[in-house]
Design a protein around this ligand. Structure first.
Ligand SMILES: [Fe+2]
Length: 494
């Protein structure tokens, strides 16, 4: 360039390169760290004499009522409750109109001790052979202390069946937990996908552990008696407590919470799958063995092969420990499960993976790190259209408080993150689209702080491909017709 010195050219080149580089860095680090600062409510458990833990009136009245899906396809529920004072029949009377119970189902009663705490009598009853999309009323207990509830069965499993799931994790029993629960109940969602860490009773010692499991059961009954919560375990369910000679993992949880694991050919209640409406939901245990040759590994391999996206387009996986997390809390704890299962999640085009554990909210981009092995050095996650979204909703509001410290800078895999309490909803519309919302507890209000349209991983690409094929076919036919027209006009075709 005339009049431009060599030094000026070098300076221009340097500035241009910096501009390109900074743009690249900005684009790569496109994630958002929310500036919202939670006005902290006390992260203490609500006192036991509070109304939210109220024991129903009457001697031996059933309490801690909760239901969960009881089979693979949603035509059964497991109804569970506790009679606190003495054994009672494990009987459910049910029917399709209030007060008229044409049917009876009978189940099993159990109890256990934990240190010197003696549990009440825990009842689990499978109610099966239900009609789809039907409201059922049910009664448990008898005489003056009988209690009545209702639930709605899901529509028959099918590819375009709309259905709304709520997603809650790490709930506990604080004032923040209550806010989450109340906000969730306003959401209109039809069933809960629970991400582990239920009661946080393990924060207590000796007999108070069992007592806080009971209070949590009464606390959540306002929702769990009326709609199924699909359970999953977290670290707070492990309760390995040698100091009081309690060394059987998940003891309190397993006595109290049932899952339909046999229906999905699982060998453990801690991992299982259900199909509900248009979703296939796989529940994994972060705290059970999952490396190659373990029962959970073998089961997952077989369950993924059973998924039929023509029937259940939405493939959702639940686990407690997030695989992609950029919070200082529990950073890298999901790496071992990522190394084992991520390849399958990509291969099977899982739509979304929900996790808890980190007491904050975070959503990833579609990324994967499956090229990595210990010798090739390709150790960074890269954009991957076939990969699931990873969403952490460990923000139910337990007594451990918020995980407010995110890693800085925000890693390229992290799309949005915020340290606040809340819950999420996934509103499935049809086989291709679902609306997703994460709802922050903003003091007394439920505020949608992260929302987007989720495109189905299997059907969106299929529909696009079909559209392209259709478009291609149309344009080919169009061109043939045009050619024929032209050639007939010009007399080339007889
Ligand atoms: Fe946890």
């Amino acid at each position: 360039m005339p009049g431009v010195t060599k030094n000026q050219s070098l300076l221009f080149l340097l500035l241009f390169t910096s501009f390109v580089f900074l743009n690249f860095v900005n684009n790569v680090n496109g994630g958002i760290t929310s500036k919202y600062v939670r006005k902290e409510w006390p992260s203490v458990d609500i006192p036991l004499d509070n109304e939210v833990f109220k024991t129903p009136d009457g001697h031996n009245a059933p309490q801690q009522v909760h239901i969960t899906q009881g089979d693979y396809d949603g035509k059964a529920v497991i109804i569970s409750w506790v009679t606190p004072d003495e054994p009672a029949p494990s009987k459910v009377h049910y029917g399709t109109s209030a007060g008229h119970y044409k049917f009876t189902a009978e189940g099993k009663m159990t109890n256990y001790s934990f240190y010197e705490y003696k549990s009440g009598y825990i009842h689990h009853v499978l109610v099966d052979g239900l009609e789809y999309d039907t409201k059922y009323y049910y009664k448990i207990g008898s005489g003056d202390v009988a209690r009545e509830f209702w639930f709605q069965t899901p529509p028959s499993v099918g590819p375009d069946v709309p259905y709304t799931f709520g997603i809650i994790g790490d709930l506990g029993q604080t004032y923040n937990s209550l806010s989450t629960l109340e906000h969730y109940m306003q959401s209109g969602a039809q069933a809960v996908l629970f991400l582990g860490d239920l009661s946080y009773a393990d924060r207590y010692k000796y007999n108070d552990v069992g007592i806080r499991w009971d209070s949590w059961g009464r606390f959540v009954e306002r929702s769990t008696a009326y709609q199924p919560w699909m359970w999953n375990v977290g670290n707070h369910e492990v309760e390995y407590m040698p100091y009081m000679n309690e060394v059987v993992p998940f003891k309190n949880y397993l006595y109290r919470y049932s899952t339909p694991y046999l229906a999905s050919q699982s060998s453990s209640p801690l991992w299982y799958a259900v199909r509900r409406a248009s979703a296939h939901i796989i529940v994994l245990s972060s705290y059970s063995p999952y490396v190659k040759y373990t029962p959970q590994y073998i089961w997952l391999k077989e369950e993924l092969a059973r998924v039929d996206r023509e029937k259940t387009p939405w493939l959702i996986v639940l686990m407690h420990v997030p695989i992609y997390n950029s919070n200082e809390a529990h950073f890298m704890e999901g790496e071992s499960m990522r190394a084992v299962f991520e390849e399958w999640f990509v291969q099977y085009k899982v739509d979304v993976i929900f996790a808890g554990h980190v007491h904050a909210y975070e959503r990833s981009y579609r990324i994967s790190n499956i090229r990595y092995n210990v010798s090739n050095g390709e150790c960074y996650p890269v954009p991957d259209k076939s990969a699931p979204l990873y969403i952490t909703v460990g923000d139910g509001g337990n007594q451990e408080g918020l995980a407010g410290s995110f890693r800085d800078p925000q890693p390229p895999y992290s799309a949005f993150r915020e340290a606040a309490y809340g819950h999420a909803t996934l509103e499935i519309k049809n086989r291709t689209h679902a609306f997703y919302h994460w709802n922050r507890n903003d003091d007394g209000n439920k505020v949608a702080a992260d929302s987007f349209v989720l495109h189905n991983q299997y059907w969106s690409s299929k529909v696009n491909r079909r559209k392209l094929e259709k478009h291609h076919l149309r344009s080919v036919i169009g061109r043939i017709a045009e050619f024929e027209q032209v050639t007939s006009i010009s007399g080339l075709v007889a």
